[in-house]
Design a binder for this molecule. Structure first.
Ligand SMILES: Nc1ncnc2c1ncn2[C@@H]1O[C@H](COP(=O)(O)OP(=O)(O)O)[C@@H](O)[C@H]1O
Ligand SMILES: [Mg+2]
Length: 272
């Protein structure tokens, strides 16, 4: 009797094992298929972004030649129109570049090139680059402190991209007459880490969206009629770049009360 039930159990277990094996195999095939499709999509995005970039860059250059009067004088209306082509094209190019950066990150093609540099100089540079855009909306961008901070050993271009994204967002989501500031300090719990804050007096972000905004393609207002346009990739990229530095990025904000974005990175990680 005991032997009997034992046999039955055994057969049962073997059967179950077999079916589990089969399921695992099927799951594995599905994963492989999905990965292959994902890689294809990444490749497609990369190619299409690159192919869009080339003619667009040509359009912008030609428009700039016209705008600058190199092919003859323009009247005021003509110049205004050509200036519109240049700035619209530039906006489009920025978005395509954002997609390209994102795709490179998705393909794990991002690596850090660290050098020693001054964070305040970098902040001031990004500030200057955004000055014209801010002035158009009557916004001020100030750096509040940082003169006493030591240099950082990090990837300058990548942190420039992060700062550019944060300041770009602050400009985009702050109404006319507002204020944007950058503040830096050593992290209270660990003096070997640097905290950079980009704050604004803009529309703010409700607590339930604080995680969402860092997700790829995520926008608080994603309706086609939304007043501000973008890819929804900026903060996802910023997070990726900060995390490559073994840092973290987060936001403190309330709806209608402005936003403060922070990132924290090691000042001088072990040089390898
Ligand atoms: N400074 C800010 N103030 C208010 N909302 C912001 C700010 N920065 C980002 N956001 C919100 O986070 C979303 C995602 O930002 P981001 O990833 O840069 O994408 P995009 O700028 O292309 O919309 C924005 O669409 C906006 O809803
Ligand atoms: Mg953005």
């Amino acid at each position: 009797m005991t032997t009997m039930s034992h046999k039955v159990d055994h057969a049962d277990t073997a059967q179950r094992l077999k079916s589990l094996e089969l399921q695992a195999k099927e799951a594995q095939t599905t994963i492989e298929e999905l990965n292959a499709r994902d890689a294809l999509k990444t490749q497609f995005l990369s190619n299409i972004s690159h192919d869009l970039r080339t003619p667009l860059a040509a359009i912008i250059t030609h428009a700039e030649v016209l705008r600058d009067g190199m092919l003859g004088d323009l009247n005021e209306k003509q110049r205004e129109s050509v200036t519109g082509i240049v700035s619209g094209g530039q906006q489009l190019l920025d978005m395509i570049d954002e997609i390209l950066t994102y795709v490179r990150g998705a393909g794990d093609q991002l690596t850090l090139t660290r050098t020693e540099f001054s964070m305040i100089e970098l902040v001031d540079q990004v500030r200057m680059l955004n000055q014209a855009l801010a002035a158009k909306k009557k916004l001020t961008i100030e750096r509040l402190n940082g003169d006493d901070l030591p240099p950082v050993y990090a990837d300058r271009d990548k942190l420039k991209h992060v700062l550019g994204n944060l300041i770009g967002n602050a400009i985009k989501f702050t109404p006319e007459g507002g204020r944007i500031w950058i503040r830096m300090s050593r992290y209270a719990q660990d003096a070997d880490q640097l905290v950079v804050e980009v704050g604004d007096t803009g529309r703010g972000i409700a607590a339930e969206n604080h995680e969402l905004v860092f997700q790829e393609f995520a926008q608080v207002d994603a309706s086609p009629s939304r007043p501000h346009h973008g890819t929804g990739l900026g903060l996802a990229i910023a997070r990726k770049l900060v995390e490559l530095h073994e840092g973290t990025i987060w936001v403190e904000s309330e709806l209608g009360k402005g936003s403060r974005f922070f990132f924290r990175i090691p000042l001088n990680p072990a040089r390898g």
